[in-house]
Design a protein around this ligand. Structure first.
Ligand code: DC
Length: 224
């Protein structure tokens, strides 16, 4: 069976990475979390530039100093920034928001998209993000578009943050989900949109197991 490219796009906190990881494991494919790459750029820019980190003119010159990698840790894949494991630092609400803002900069996208395309050269990859089926791999053999209602996503994100020891406020998390949706779908550069040939999976009412069963079925059909 020839390896394929699986492109998974969708809104923030709709469980893309959980399902992408599980599918990669099932298929024996490499998993790439492109959101983590945007977050790593955001973290680097924030450390160096503080509040200037969203200014295009300030961010563009620092891109060449950013080297992003992935390592396998005991609890799964971690992202590295210039060799440093930054997995926990990139998973905060603040860095998520900054990543959403920085990802509107055309040069940041070009910088990361080139790296993502190189990672898919040999296929056998599951990549998740916002523009994977539309921009990074428009030729992907399988495209999935995941959705869930903003309320369901806010609830899930709230629980994740709580589990990490943060003290989130549900209304704020929901407002943040809505803000991020708006920004991700309305930006000029590669806005989040469903590829015409994507299979849509709304997981608002599905358990993880139900969703996985559905996605495995879609994958098996695509690779048969
Ligand atoms: O999936 P995530 O929440 O980790 O992504 C963080 C931000 O990065 C998200 O708000 C938008 C941006 N992003 C993007 O623009 N394109 C991608 N392929 C992945 C993420």
């Amino acid at each position: 069976m020839k390896p394929i490219i699986v492109a998974i796009d969708g809104y923030s906190s709709c469980g893309k990475s959980t399902i992408a990881k599980a599918l990669a494991k099932y298929a024996g494919y490499t998993y790439v979390d492109t959101g983590a790459m945007y977050r790593a750029v955001a973290l680097y820019a924030f450390r160096l530039l503080g509040d200037e980190a969203i200014r295009r003119e300030a961010v563009i010159p620092i891109l060449t100093n950013i080297h992003i990698g992935f390592i396998q840790a005991a609890d799964g894949q971690h992202v590295t920034l210039n060799g440093e494991d930054v997995e926990s630092q990139i998973r905060t609400l603040e860095i998520g928001n900054l990543a959403s803002q920085i990802s509107t900069i055309k040069e940041v996208r070009a910088f990361l998209v080139a790296q993502q395309q190189a990672m898919g050269e040999k296929k056998g990859i599951v990549m998740d993000g916002r523009d994977i089926g539309t921009v990074v791999f428009p030729q992907a053999e399988l495209k999935l578009f995941l959705t869930a209602s903003p309320e369901v996503r806010a609830e899930r994100r709230f629980k994740e943050l709580e589990a990490k020891g943060e003290k989130p406020v549900l209304e704020e998390v929901l407002a943040d989900v809505n803000d991020r949706d708006y920004r991700d779908t309305h930006r000029a550069e590669s806005p989040l949109r469903q590829a015409e040939d994507a299979v849509v999976v709304d997981n608002s009412e599905m358990t993880r197991e139900e969703q996985m069963a559905k996605i495995v079925e879609i994958f098996d059909r695509a690779t048969r």
